[in-house]
Design a protein around this ligand. Structure first.
Ligand code: AMP
Length: 392
């Protein structure tokens, strides 16, 4: 699966109005951006366009709806770029204010449009808003990996109304790291999947079993696999309607000669709270208890499997890492990855947050900026925001 999409380096951008779809969907607390991974990821493309004399018009969504503004992002970006990023405050996103701001631009200037979700058409990929976005620009650049799995006006629709639609550096980088890891891994290739639910990761498990040498399962999804094999799981998370699927996957791993690792002990509690954990003796969880993290023997087992790997891909925490008493398994996996002499790739979302919060961020080869998008990529799906771009 070669990458055959045109990039910003394949086209002339000087003097052109370039609309760049970024992923500025960053977490905010009291108006302050608490994780800048996505902003950092966007900088190389923006800098390239500034340096090459484009008129740079940035757009993104933030949050699920119209309730948030991108103004704090424009301020922070101005600092990071050491250059004014003009915020085009405009409820219509592409209304009179935005148009006026774009009219005034000189080559090398940067304007940021308001949250694209201020327009309810955005997520429905409606023609009208796509056309409005396209009308601002000569060229469209998609660099929003985190939204590349969604066909929205600002990711897919807009490409129908511009002559040139290419990808930026972040999308190229994400596809390179995730793509090489999954399609061309240096072996042994170990994948680690955690998080709450099996049902969210069914297609990923199935796809990765065709590719990995070892698949490690942790987090809430592990209990469905354990119950399916007849272990006691107390009051742990379980998806009864996935028990058969769990057995199928265990069988598939056997048939393919893939090592399939499940927890051999757990940290449990009687309620879903950050309380002192009880460590179980083995796979079984006593009645009235729920598994909230993998146990110490499991940490060792998993660290051992990661130690000799040459490629490791991780998506989903090993337990309720938001609780200090139940973040040990997630820390152990992060540490084993940090210590391994391997290419280490973190799918976005919760695992990226966990790795950063726990202080292992700079020890990984690549931390994806896209949770949902990296999962769909790991499922083997094509991402519509990338499919829509011009081929080389
Ligand atoms: P996901 O979004 O599927 O990656 O799931 C991440 C969420 O799964 C985090 O908020 C974790 O707290 C949660 N989680 C992980 N392990 C468990 C568990 N054993 N029981 C309940 N929730 C869990």
């Amino acid at each position: 699966m070669g990458f055959n999409k045109k990039t910003i380096e394949d086209i002339e951008v000087r003097g052109k109005r370039v609309l760049v779809r970024c992923d500025f969907n960053v977490p905010l607390k009291d108006g302050v951006i608490t994780d800048e991974n996505r902003l950092n990821g966007a900088l190389p493309t923006i800098k390239y366009l500034i340096d090459n004399g484009a008129k740079v018009i940035l757009c993104s969504h933030i949050g699920k709806d119209a309730s948030k503004t991108l103004e704090p992002v424009s301020k922070r970006l101005s600092e990071m770029l050491n250059k004014e990023v003009v915020f085009a405050r405009d409820e219509e996103v592409v209304g009179a204010n935005a148009r006026a701001a774009v009219e005034k631009m000189n080559d090398g200037d940067v304007v940021l449009l308001e949250n694209t979700r201020c327009r309810k058409e955005e997520t429905k990929n409606v023609e009208e808003f796509s056309k409005e976005l396209a009308s601002l620009a000569d060229i469209f650049v998609n660099d929003a990996f985190g939204t590349a799995h969604r066909a929205h006006c600002s990711t897919v629709g807009v490409t129908d109304y511009v002559d040139t639609a290419v990808c930026g550096y972040l999308i190229q980088k994400e596809l390179k790291f995730l793509g090489d890891a999954v399609n061309n891994p240096v072996r042994p290739f170990v994948a680690i999947l955690g998080g709450a639910k099996v049902s969210d990761k069914i297609a990923v498990i199935n796809n990765l079993l065709d590719k990995v040498d070892t698949l490690i399962i942790g987090g809430g999804m592990a209990y469905t696999f354990l119950k399916a094999q007849g272990y006691e799981i107390g009051t742990s998370l379980v998806e009864e309607d996935r028990l058969d699927y769990a057995l199928e996957m265990i069988q598939k791993a056997k048939d393919k000669g893939v090592k399939f690792l499940l927890p051999v002990d757990h940290r449990v509690a009687t309620e879903f709270k950050d309380v002192e954990p009880v460590v179980t003796e083995d796979q079984n969880i006593p009645a009235g208890h729920m598994g909230l993290d993998i146990g110490p023997k499991t940490e060792e087992l998993y660290a051992d499997a990661i130690k000799d790997a040459k490629t490791v891909v991780w998506n989903g925490p090993m337990g309720v890492f938001e609780f200090e008493n139940f973040n040990k398994g997630t820390i152990a996996v992060a540490k084993a990855m940090a210590d391994a002499d391997a290419t280490t790739v973190i799918g976005g979302g919760d695992s990226a947050a966990a790795v950063n919060i726990l202080g292992f961020g700079d020890k990984m080869t690549h931390i994806s900026t896209g949770g949902g998008a990296s999962l769909e990529f790991l499922e083997g799906k094509e991402l519509p925001g990338i499919v829509a771009l011009n081929n080389k």
